[in-house]
Design a protein around this ligand. Structure first.
Ligand code: HMG
Ligand code: MG
Length: 304
């Protein structure tokens, strides 16, 4: 069966904009986040408190976060605004501004751990341990991203048992939820099913799992549907399909939120998202970036 409701975790302002060549002005980013919230997205990843030399596109995190911190959804609820923090320095910066949700980001492969965090897989996990412990002690919700869950640009296909091991470590250190990343978009639905079956076999509750697909080979929606059939109800997506990853060359855009909402709506699955407002927002952002959205749904609806 399929779930009655799916929570969309919107990553466009972070995963999308971190990969743009141009640095988007802070006020445009703030307006993007506000418009996403107004379109009904209840979780809008805002920015990253990483080293500004590593990701210059998000170096304005201190200026941006206060502009969006107190956002409310159209129904009046507080919008969740998670931010990425790689280490205690990042956590300190986030806590100083009142962040209530943070995300650490691990890798299933050594190559990407080195490229993205300048650490081995286990050194990165050791770096996250005090971050997760201190965040939880402060009542802050912690997401654990896990990159390269299916394939890696340097190492090729990634064995399921390696992914399971790092998932276990992230949950054991106290992460509230995990996001399984197909960073370079090479997954196919059978592989998604195999990983979710293996995680269930290890006693990982599916309610703690989200999926994070990139659409490099056009498989993101098929992979999402496979995950839904395995009981996943949290799906990451990026408005207009913005994104990629600066430290993984072959990564292209994330699953577009509009494509996801179109499919879910057709399946009768509630998301609370206004597709018209969302598409208009992506069109507006595409104008700022100077190129059209790669999302098929954005293009189809824009021509109506
Ligand atoms: P490092 O060079 O090993 O850092 O980088 P370090 O720990 O040796 O510290 C060096 C200097 O950086 C020190 O300053 C620190 O204070 C400073 P100094 O004493 O020399 O003056 N520093 C910081 N400054 C500000 N904020 C901080 C911070 N940390 C240290 N947080 C580090 C290690 C983790 C910092 C670096 O590798 C980094 O920032 N990496 C972030 C990379 C990134 O953001 N990648 C994109 C996100 S992951 C992703 O997109 C995948 C995902 O979407 C899922 C998927 O698709 O798979 C999530
Ligand atoms: Mg990503």
């Amino acid at each position: 069966g399929l779930p009655a409701r799916v929570r969309v975790h919107e990553v466009g302002a972070r995963d999308g904009l971190q990969n743009e060549k141009e640095v988007v002005p802070t006020e445009v980013k703030a307006e993007f986040v506000r418009r996403l919230a107004a379109a009904g997205l209840t979780t809008v990843e805002a920015t990253s408190f990483v080293h500004p030399k590593w990701v210059p596109q998000l170096a304005d995190a201190e200026e941006l976060f206060p502009l969006v911190r107190d956002l409310r959804s159209p129904s009046g609820q507080a919008v969740h605004l998670p931010v990425l923090v790689p280490n205690e320095r990042g956590l300190d910066r986030a806590l100083a501004l009142g962040a209530t949700r943070v995300a650490v980001f691990a890798s299933a492969t050594e190559s990407f751990a080195k490229a993205n965090l300048n650490r081995t897989v286990d050194e990165a996990l050791a770096m996250f341990e005090p971050v997760v412990a201190r965040a939880r002690a402060a009542g802050v919700h912690v997401r654990g991203y896990l990159s390269m869950c299916f394939g890696d640009p340097w190492e090729g296909p990634v064995p399921v048992d390696r992914v399971v091991r790092v998932c276990r470590a992230l949950l054991d250190m106290g992460c509230d939820e995990l996001s399984l990343g197909d960073t370079i978009g090479v997954a196919t639905p059978g592989h998604v099913g195999a990983l979710l079956t293996a995680l269930a076999g290890e006693g990982v509750p599916v309610s703690a799992l989200g999926v994070h697909f990139h659409d490099t080979y056009g498989q993101a929606l098929a992979n999402t549907l496979a995950a839904l059939r395995h009981g996943v109800t949290t799906v990451d997506a990026s408005a207009g399909g913005l994104g990629g990853c600066p430290y993984a060359k072959s990564a292209t855009g994330n699953l577009a939120t509009e494509d996801l909402v179109w499919m879910l709506t057709g399946l009768g699955i509630d998301t609370g998202i206004d597709l018209g407002l969302l598409t208009a927002t992506s069109g507006w952002m595409a104008g700022h970036l100077g190129r059209p959205s790669p999302s098929r749904t954005v293009r189809a609806l824009s021509h109506k």
